[in-house]
Each structure stands twice: as structure tokens, then as C-alpha cells.
Design a binder for this molecule. Structure first.
Ligand code: UDP
Length: 329
């Protein structure tokens, strides 16, 4: 299948492009390179430097490349920034995505895979989270993901689209096969920050909150290897053949790890000491987030293979140690 990967030069998108390029599919990438890295793409992949909301450009790419399905990773994803600058998030993540959908409709492309997020659930009343858990986002980022889920539902109900919305938990790790990994500027995520401390690039990592009602007092999160996320997208392509299909699927392991466990695992994998600083809670961080992965197994036949904490951190550490300046190394 010819698949347009929007935001294909970003962290999760580029891992998916590599997975598609292994065949039998043919990826075509659109990315405006605001956060993405062209160096993250395999050689020889058609690449277009465009905004996803540029309807004319996207329509002509869809037609020229005979695209059958679109995967959409092209969102802004800094929760804190979404609180401070909500308009930026509503424009890129909602308005531009609606223009992308309009371009698809104009070109007769009806298959869509959407990068949704556990942020749509906010602070759940019950754990583990399932797809039926009420969605109550607590920041504009999560709200923009939910807004698009609802637009997709409305389109699919009219049989104008078939889609799979994949709600990622904590994407982590680096490719096990290709020289690509996480390279965000600024970096805010725990695992890359801890690796950078182990490498001597940062003096310490702050532990945001040590008084949570969890076994060691720090937050628990459900980390999923980015290669496992990519596999789920490939599997999801097989579920888009019936017009009107609407699937919402959590991508998680069901087994959460604490901030302290992450730090200890980086220390043991890297054989380096990581200096920590106990800091106040970060606003908006729930104590514990993890989700039941049953639906992903039942519908997609997806099972995470590399998402135990040791494998995630081993791959992240290899990437950071070999690319201390990310794609500019
Ligand atoms: N965290 C931390 N120090 C940091 C960054 C993150 O203690 O410098 C914690 C954060 O509070 C959360 C967990 O690590 O409990 C994972 O945070 P991350 O930003 O990686 O992902 P999120 O869960 O926010 O999507």
C-alpha cells in the first residue's frame, strides 16, 4: 500500500516509516521539519517539506503518489507549552488536521491512522485504563487529540472515512535496527533526560514529586517501545478496508514503572551514576497511569515485544551514547 506518513521525520513517525519501508508497503513522507529530522528517514523515500494543513500541496501529493492510506503523526506534543500557548496547539493539532482530512476527502483517500494519546484520559478515576474509561483531558494537548478523535468518529459514522486511533502511553526507546532515536529540542521526557545525565551532558535530573501514593513515592508510567508502536501501525493498516470502521485502541503494556526505577535502570545499563534532585510535583502529572492492552491484542494481534524496561532503556542508552548530539552527532 502507498502510505502517506505525515510527520514522518519525527520520533514515532520515523520509526514507522522505517517499518513501512521494510515492505510490502511504500511510505511517502510529509514533514515541515519544525521538530522532525530529515536524517531520521531511510534513503530514497519520497519526501515533501510541507505543512500538513496546506490543502493544495497535500491533495497534489495524495494524487501524484497514488496514496491509499494516511498515518498522521504531525502534532505538537509539549503538554506544558500547550497550556501556555493553546492557540498554537489548536491551530496545528486541530485546524491543520481538519485541512488534512479535507484534502484526503477531496482526493478520495479514506483510510486514516491517527496518533492519539493517553492524555485524552486526563486523571482517570479507575485503573487500569481501558478504551471505555471516560476521556477527560486536563490540558489543551490532550483536548486537541480528543477533538480529532471526535471529528474522525463523525466522519466514519457517515462512512466518509475508516480509521484507527491509537492512544499511545509513554513512547520510549530507540530503533533496534536503524540509527534513529529520540531527539527533541527542548527535551522534556524522562528517559532521554536521564541518559543525558549519565552521559555527562546535564548535571542532574529532577524527580518531579517524591510524595505520590505509589510504592516509592514517584509517578508510575506505562512505557512502550517505539518499535512496538510502529508495529501496531502496520497491523492497523489491515483494519481499514470496511468503510465506516472506527477503532480506538490503547497501546500500552499494562505494567507501569516508577521514575526511580527508570533512573536505576539507566544507572545499571550505562554503569554510570545519575545525580538526582528531588523537586516538587509537576503540575498536571497524575500519580499513576497504565492501561489494559487487551483490545490491541484482540483486534490487532499486537503484543509489545521490546517494552520491558530493560530493553527500552538499553536501546535508548545505545542511541544516546552513540549520538550524544542526536541527529547532529
Ligand atoms: N519526570 C521527572 N523528571 C523529569 C521529567 C519527567 O520526574 O525531568 C517524570 C514525570 O513527572 C512523569 C514521568 O517522569 O511522572 C514521565 O514523564 P515524561 O515527561 O517522560 O512523560 P509524560 O508521562 O509526561 O508523558
Amino acid at each position: 500500500m502507498n502510505v502517506l506518513v505525515v510527520g514522518g521525520a519525527g520520533y514515532i513517525g520515523s520509526h514507522c516509516v522505517h517499518a513501512l519501508a521494510e515492505g510490502p508497503h511504500r511510505p511517502v513522507v510529509v514533514d515541515n521539519l519544525v521538530y522532525g529530522h530529515k536524517a531520521a528517514l531511510p534513503q530514497g523515500i519520497p519526501f515533501y517539506n510541507n505543512n500538513l494543513g496546506n490543502k493544495n500541496a497535500i491533495s497534489s501529493i495524495l494524487q501524484k503518489e497514488s496514496i491509499e492510506a494516511v498515518m498522521h503523526f504531525g502534532a505538537y506534543a509539549y503538554v506544558g507549552e500547550s497550556v501556555e500557548d493553546p492557540l498554537k496547539y489548536y491551530i496545528n493539532n486541530v485546524a491543520e488536521t481538519l485541512y488534512l482530512l479535507e484534502a484526503m476527502q477531496a482526493s478520495g483517500v479514506t483510510k486514516f491512522i491517527f496518533s492519539s494519546s493517553c492524555a485524552t484520559y486526563g486523571t482517570p478515576d479507575q485503573l487500569p485504563i481501558t478504551e471505555e474509561t471516560p476521556q477527560k483531558p486536563i490540558n489543551p494537548y490532550g483536548q486537541t487529540k480528543l477533538d480529532i478523535e471526535q471529528a474522525l468518529k463523525a466522519l466514519a459514522t457517515q462512512k466518509q472515512l475508516s480509521f484507527v486511533a491509537l492512544r499511545y502511553f509513554n513512547a520510549a526507546g530507540a530503533s533496534l535496527k536503524h540509527p534513529i532515536g529520540e531527539d527533541h529540542t527542548p527535551e522534556t521526557h524522562l528517559i532521554p533526560l536521564v541518559c543525558e545525565v549519565a552521559l555527562g551532558k546535564r548535571p542532574h535530573v529532577s524527580i518531579f514529586g517524591t510524595d505520590y501514593p505509589t510504592p516509592d513515592g514517584t509517578c508510575l508510567r506505562d512505557y512502550v517501545h517505539v518499535d512496538d508502536l510502529a508495529t501496531a501501525h502496520i497491523l492497523a493498516l489491515d483494519h481499514l478496508n470496511t468503510p465506516g470502521t472506527q477503532l480506538f485502541i490503547n497501546l500500552s503494556t499494562g505494567k507501569p514503572y516508577s521514575v526511580r526505577e527508570v533512573i536505576q535502570t539507566v544507572e545499571s545499563v550505562s554503569s554510570k551514576r545519575v545525580t538526582t534532585l528531588e523537586a516538587p510535583r509537576r503540575p498536571g502529572d497524575p500519580a499513576t497511569l497504565y492501561a489494559d492492552p487487551t483490545r490491541a491484542k484482540q483486534i490487532l494481534n499486537w503484543q509489545p515485544k521490546h517494552s520491558d524496561l530493560g530493553s527500552i532503556i538499553q536501546s535508548a542508552w545505545s542511541w544516546h551514547a552513540q549520538h550524544p548530539n542526536g541527529f547532529h552527532s
